[in-house]
Design a protein around this ligand. Structure first.
Ligand code: FMN
Length: 196
């Protein structure tokens, strides 16, 4: 993993969430490419949570208090991350319901000031603006710092669930380079204003 300045600096905790309900998954493949590209530019400790695996543990819960310890740990990892990489496949012109359900459990102020790299996959390019119209407003609600460039991939960018498009590789590198000024150790922020 790339050096990030001071020799004693701990790697940045990067937590990635793939909202796909299936395995293998193009969304998870995209997230893994993003994590690999990040690790070439920044010293990171990556963790990937896949909803295909953890979804059944929280799908039926209505409030955070009902969640099993394993999912509470996921939420804490998300809330304490230095950087989030979040990705969802497009389902019916939207993010997956389970992706939204997971983030409905995240503390309203827990992501304030946290850098978030947005990504999505779809069958075609027709729903590429899901990043701008759905993911960015969701993380805007949390007052997170969404990185300026998101990464969208369609089925044609993959071969056997691996990223095979050179243009997509370049887009990933550009999204990370443009986001670099915002990527740093996360300091929780106390909200002065409460309410919705
Ligand atoms: C239930 C369902 C709904 C979908 N709806 C859309 C859609 O509205 N627009 C789109 O571009 N792709 C849609 N797709 C295609 C997926 O978004 C696309 O294949 C995606 O890359 C799958 O990601 P995954 O392999 O990580 O599950 C849909 C797929 C499924 C299973």
């Amino acid at each position: 993993m790339a050096a990030r300045g001071g020799a004693s600096a701990a790697p940045l905790r990067v937590v990635a969430v793939s909202g796909s309900l299936h395995a293998p998954s193009k969304t998870s493949a995209l997230v893994n490419e993003i994590l690999a590209a990040l690790s070439r530019q920044v010293d990171i400790e990556p963790t990937l949570f896949e909803l295909s695996e953890i979804g059944p543990q929280f799908a039926g819960a209505l409030v955070r208090e009902e969640l099993p310890a394993s999912v509470e740990e996921v939420l804490r990892a998300i809330e304490n991350a230095d950087l989030l990489v979040v990705a969802s496949p497009v389902y019916r012109a939207s993010i997956t319901g389970l992706f939204k359900h997971l983030f409905d459990f995240v503390g309203q102020y827990a992501l304030m000031g946290k850098p978030v790299l947005l990504a999505a996959t779809g069958g075609s390019d027709r729903h590429a603006l899901i990043i701008e119209h759905q993911l960015r407003p969701l993380f805007g609600f949390f007052q997170a710092l969404t990185l300026p460039l998101g990464v969208y991939a369609s089925d044609a960018d993959f071969t056997d669930y691996a990223v095979s498009s050179e243009a997509l590789h370049e887009r990933i590198e550009t999204a990370i380079s443009r986001g670099r000024p915002l990527i740093r150790r996360f300091e929780p922020v106390s909200p002065h204003v409460t309410g919705w």
